[in-house]
Ligand binder design. Structure first.
Ligand code: SF4
Ligand code: SF4
Length: 225
């Protein structure tokens, strides 16, 4: 019943990709059986030829609004069905460890939404890395997606690695046992982007390693469900 209602909701957002995963691997396993993970495409699917940081940031914000809209409706469904749930925070607990309490990326891989690219973000077949991820922990079983355990990046591709202005990416092809630190110096990426805060009041969105990615660039370029 809950699964059916969630499917009906996503039918109203055909651009979005979603899936369910068992979270027995997670610290939340004693409280929730599953996670619903979904990916909303950025408002514009920018490539390097049309990239500007401002456009990239606007695309993220547009996707964020759609994510919030979808989350509100999922909450409504779960309230009505009297199912326990929690929306884990997107952001990291603190600026030192930079680790979120529940990894949306790992959940997305487990739900079969995509793999992790050499840029350390989830790569979907349809949009490449140009998506905003969200997840909700739900205390109910679902039909789970097929876990992805290996990268589908082309063997010779390292466009993301080469374009990174601070050389934070280590040219490592992911599999399910790869650790984040093997792929990226996340502290360095975060530090460089944080230098923007003083002048602009927010981190630099950067995302050059996403705009450079060849996966998904044949999709339509503007989204608004
Ligand atoms: S977001 Fe920018 S700085 Fe960070 S890894 Fe990607 S290209 Fe490098
Ligand atoms: S740019 Fe190439 S290596 Fe990097 S994530 Fe995309 S496909 Fe993978």
């Amino acid at each position: 019943m809950v699964e059916e209602k969630i499917k009906q909701l996503f039918a109203k957002y055909p651009s979005s990709i979603y899936g369910f995963t068992c979270i027995s691997y997670s610290a939340y396993a004693s409280q929730y059986k599953s996670a619903l993970v979904f990916a909303v495409p950025y408002g514009e699917q920018l490539t390097i030829s049309d990239y500007t940081e401002e456009r990239f940031e606007r695309g993220i914000q547009a996707a964020k609004e759609t994510v919030e809209e979808i989350l509100l409706q999922i909450e409504e469904i779960l309230h009505q069905q009297n199912v326990k749930y929690d929306i884990p925070p997107v952001a990291q607990n603190n600026e030192e460890e930079l680790v979120a309490p529940f990894s949306f990326k790992y959940a997305a891989v487990n739900a079969g939404l995509g793999w992790i690219g050499k840029n350390d973000v989830v790569i979907t077949e349809k949009y490449g890395p140009r998506v905003r991820l969200s997840a909700i922990l739900i205390d109910s079983p679902f039909t789970y997606g097929q876990r992805i355990v290996q990268s589908n990046c082309p063997d010779s591709c390292k466009k993301c690695v080469e374009i990174c202005p601070c050389h934070a990416l280590h040219d490592v092809k992911w599999d399910i046992d790869t650790l984040r630190n093997d792929i990226i110096d996340y502290q360095l990426c975060n530090l460089k982007r944080s230098l923007y805060i003083k002048k602009y009041g927010r981190k630099n969105a950067c995302g050059l390693c996403m705009a450079a990615c060849p996966i998904g660039i044949n999709s339509d370029r503007v989204y608004s469900d």
